[in-house]
Ligand binder design. Sequence first.
Ligand SMILES: *[C@@H]1O[C@H](CO)[C@@H](O)[C@H](O)[C@H]1NC(C)=O
Length: 254
Amino acid sequence: MSSLSSSKRMVWLPILALAIQLLSIQNVLCQSQSNAFLYHKCSDIEGSFTSKSTYESNLNNLFSQLSYKVPSTGFATSSTGNTPDNVNGLALCRGDASSSDCSSCLATAIPEISKRCPNNKAGIIWYDNCLVKYSSTNFFGRIDYENRFALYNVNNVSDPTSFNTQTRDLLTELTKTATTGGNQKLFATGEKNIGKKLYGLVQCTRDLRSGSCKACLDGIIGELPNCCDGKEGGRVVGGSCNFRYEIYPFVKTA
Ligand SMILES: *[C@@H]1O[C@H](CO)[C@@H](O)[C@H](O)[C@H]1NC(C)=O
């Protein structure tokens, strides 16, 4: 760990939580070159299921369908079982993740969410390379306003006012790219010359229409002053969309 430069130290905060928590995620950064665990949330409001129940078996079927369907395109939804035990879920891989990175991210994320939320009827888990979400409620096509957190680099830029504007401009531009011109992937990356370089990424889950994707991204970009004011890097990550910006290149080019 000692070789890590402080410029890559990040902290995270669940921005919709009542008490804002600030945790160092130094340990995450050991894996940051591969596929870091970011965050998870188990839902209490949808209730719980018991071991060997129909719900459990539907959930396991859902997970195997997602593991099978997602890696080739980077996204899929699936629904299994019948009311009242039906389960709905989706998985999304980062737009620049190869299908083997996607596959291995899911192979990590699915057992991990099962372990962390052993009896919850709904849950969500995020890694650098993928997101897995499931619920007894059919949530497809709707913006997820419940599950959201932020990460930021602890280092401050020297010119926050202009840097904040440039960051917002880049992410707004990328939102336009991701949501217009028939961009099926609802994903865009890019860079901006601001003396040094600024790099950005935006992505939505593909159950959203492009208009909802834009609304989702506009919403989290609006969180910039709360999450990342004058910070060298930051992300707001939700159940339906996310952005990231850094002053170093972080997108895989392959
Ligand atoms: C960045 O600025 C904040 C607020 O002024 C300060 O509390 C913090 O220590 C600074 N971070 C670093 C790494 O210098």
